[in-house]
Design a protein around this ligand. Structure first.
Ligand code: PRP
Ligand code: GUN
Length: 185
């Protein structure tokens, strides 16, 4: 029950949509309090953040601006290990309060790159809001990580924005990859 297949892999339910919604609501309330009388710029990192960004921003009631960036890796790179470029970064972030929105912090290398790029414009503040965080996978510390939906184990997850080979981003819930147990000898 609750297993899904995507291409060659099997996934099982990790977080149901109502659980994600409840947590997102609480994060939105916290941001409303923390940024009262300010006008932050939310920057979503595409593609994975698109659903979380939309649902989070529905809970944000303070005045704010919203944008998205896309981060590209070097061709042939295995994972997010070697970041090449950030596309679409606004150039008017000086003195602004920035909240970067991510679906997941894994190694932290994507965010490390994005934060360094944003810092070049000398903003007033930079914080990160990520739905998921894998502490055991972190390779670089992200001191700006202020809002985290769920800390999860170092397992591959899909759904609610997160893909496997380009598929599964549209799933309402989040699933983790099922480990295949080898048969007893
Ligand atoms: O902490 P890290 O190890 O850098 O991994 C996190 C990043 O990986 C995923 O993006 P990906 O590069 O897979 O692109 P996508 O959002 O288009 O799926 C995710 O959306 C984060 O941006
Ligand atoms: N889909 C997906 N993308 C990721 N990027 C970094 N970690 C993950 C993960 O667990 N799942």
């Amino acid at each position: 029950m609750n297993n899904i297949e995507i291409e060659d892999r099997t996934f099982e339910i990790l977080l149901e949509n109502h659980t994600i919604s409840k947590r997102t609501r609480l994060i939105g309330i916290q941001i409303n309090v923390d940024y009262e009388k300010r006008c932050p710029v939310f920057i979503g990192v595409l593609n994975g953040s698109f659903l979380f960004m939309a649902d989070l921003l529905k809970e944000v009631e303070i005045p704010c601006e919203i944008g998205f960036i896309r981060v590209s890796s070097y061709e042939g790179a295995e994972s997010s290990g070697s970041i090449k470029e950030a596309f679409g970064l606004p150039d008017n972030l000086h003195n602004r309060d920035i909240i970067i929105v991510e679906d997941i912090v894994d190694s932290g290398l994507t965010l490390n790159y994005v934060i360094n790029e944003i810092q070049k414009q000398v903003p007033a503040s930079v914080k990160v809001c990520s739905l998921l965080f894998k502490p055991a996978a972190l390779k670089v510390p992200i001191k700006e990580l202020e809002y985290v939906g769920f800390e999860i184990a170092n397992e591959f997850v899909v759904g609610y924005g997160l893909d496997y080979v380009g598929l599964g981003r549209n799933l309402k819930d989040i699933y983790r990859e099922k480990t295949v147990l080898s048969p007893l000898p």
